[in-house]
Design a protein around this ligand. Structure first.
Ligand code: FES
Length: 103
């Protein structure tokens, strides 16, 4: 994979020091990240979809935050139960999930 078709960024409140501190971390951000990785693997999309964790994205009260590039789509209050919907509708069919959008 030179450049991914989609890059999914999941806020896990990771600091530059490696320390995890912040709201998304306490709201299940790490679990979310791990489940996105599993979902991408199970769908055999690893050659076109990259998943990365991030530090605070500045919208803690809306967390956990998930951002999908290159679409610049920001999702808020994402749960593990939302992952399959994001994968089905957005990643596999190009349609952002309206009910989770941050505007
Ligand atoms: S810790 Fe995730 S947006 Fe602040």
């Amino acid at each position: 994979m030179l450049k991914p078709k989609y890059h999914i960024l999941v806020c896990t409140s990771s600091r530059a020091t490696g320390q995890q501190k912040g709201f998304c971390h306490t709201k299940g951000g790490v679990d979310l990240m791990q489940n996105f990785l599993l979902e991408v693997e199970e769908r055999e999309l690893g050659s076109e979809v990259m998943v990365s964790n991030t530090g605070c994205l500045g919208l803690c009260e809306q967390g956990p935050i998930v951002v999908v590039y290159p679409d610049n789509v920001w999702y808020g209050k994402v749960s593990v139960a939302d992952i399959s919907v994001i994968m089905d509708e957005h990643i596999e069919n190009g349609q952002p999930v309206e009910r989770l959008l941050l505007r």
